[in-house]
Every structure is written in structure tokens, then in C-alpha cells.
Design a protein. Structure first.
Length: 91
């Protein structure tokens, strides 16, 4: 069974510390200009890893991704029967 994963955004001060950040999860992307890195970690370990990362002097802040908690199944939108025959819409 696959463990549930969650994204984590780590804001850092210097780019040279990416190697240390990489140890805490699966590094997906690191921005040079904006100085942040995107990691994927197990959901049950996310708070523990966040505390460890914040202890480093080069980490500014850590944000979590809310994607696992957002509902992605959408209902079909039903068109209104009144607007169905409204021919004056473009005028």
C-alpha cells in the first residue's frame, strides 16, 4: 500500500543549503530566484519534519500544500432552462 504524500514548500535564505533540505523528503523543484523548494513527504511525518527543518538557521518558513484536503470530484453543471433559449445574450 502506498503511503499518503503531501507537498511542503520550504523557504530558505541561501541556495547552497538545498542539499541539506533534500534529506528530509523527495525534492521536486527548487527556485533560484524566489529561494524556495518543493518537497514531498509522508503525511503522518509532516509535522515532525517541519519542526526539524525550522531548527536550521537557513530556513525562513515552511508551508503545507492543501491539495490532499481539497475535494476534486465535481458535479455536472446543469444549464438553466430559461437561458437555453435566450437569443439576446450577445446584443
Amino acid at each position: 500500500m502506498r503511503p499518503k504524500r503531501q507537498g511542503m514548500i520550504v523557504w530558505f535564505k541561501h541556495r547552497k543549503n538545498i542539499k541539506q533540505i533534500r534529506r528530509y523528503g523527495h525534492l521536486i523543484y527548487a527556485s533560484r530566484k524566489l529561494k524556495y523548494a518543493v518537497l514531498y513527504v509522508n503525511q503522518d511525518e509532516i509535522e515532525h519534519i517541519e519542526q526539524k527543518l525550522l531548527k536550521h538557521h537557513f530556513v525562513r518558513k515552511v508551508d503545507h500544500s492543501y491539495k490532499p484536503f481539497i475535494r476534486t470530484q465535481f458535479e455536472k453543471a446543469k444549464p438553466d432552462s430559461e437561458k437555453r433559449y435566450d437569443y439576446k445574450m450577445g446584443i
